[in-house]
Design a protein around this ligand. Sequence first.
Ligand SMILES: [Zn+2]
Ligand SMILES: [Zn+2]
Length: 297
Amino acid sequence: MSGIINLIVAIPVLFVMLAIPVSIGVYVYRDAKRREMNAVLWTLVAVFAPSLIGFIIYLLVRGSYSDMQCGSCNASIKEYYVVCPKCGAKLRPSCPNCATPVELDWAVCPKCAQPLPEYQNDIVTPVRPKDKTLWKILLVVIIVPIILIVLMIVSFSVVGSGGSIAHAEVAIEQYLQDVDEPRIKEWLEECDSESDKAYVLEYRTEVEGQKQVRYLIYLPQLADYFNYSATQANGVFGTTLDIDLENVDGVTGKDLNLITYRGDSYADLKLTLDGEKVECEITEVDYSVAPSDYIGE
Ligand SMILES: [Zn+2]
Ligand SMILES: [Zn+2]
């Protein structure tokens, strides 16, 4: 099941990751071509230089290459054009006699020495088009990583779900009789029975292809009678097992709790007692911390 969900998430992620360089490549190629820059070279630089460095360099460099449009028909033109090659609109003042481009304040043509008219009112001023595509691309460059991060968070929370949590509670004396493991007894003797902390033995195994983590918890401040609730939280940093305990009544420090989580990944323990976060002193061990009849092994 999680394999299918992985795929559902992976396809859009892959698509988006391909879409960024492709759209940047198309934009740079067209833009560079219009400016008579080396389109192929700049496209390669923009697409393959890491972290968009090539694209940024291109945006900085291209400024010196003009990109003008005819004010009459929007055809792409060059700064030195006298007339628009598409619609014939007059783009610059020129000598009426020899057609040499002249400046507005010149009185005489520098080429044929003819006096120039005081002003030429038939000139269509070329326009520099506003580059909206660039803003769109920058927007994509900013938004896409955000989408990717959101997708990653979603994928983690989807993929990590479906684990099982089991809980068993047993009196310490009974437990020590049932479990023939002197190291657990030693560990218990070293725990401070006055402490606010939780002492935890953590045992990780793989069972039937799934990851299983079992916590043996000694919480000295836990009463005989308590409410127990467990929830599984999936985040970017993995699965967390939230165990909420609430003292009801009775003598404290008499019982042990065994909590087993089985799922796609190991779950980290987070413990609260009466709404307060409990500091856990976790010792990872390589031996089983439960007799097989406590929780179905
Ligand atoms: Zn034109
Ligand atoms: Zn002239």
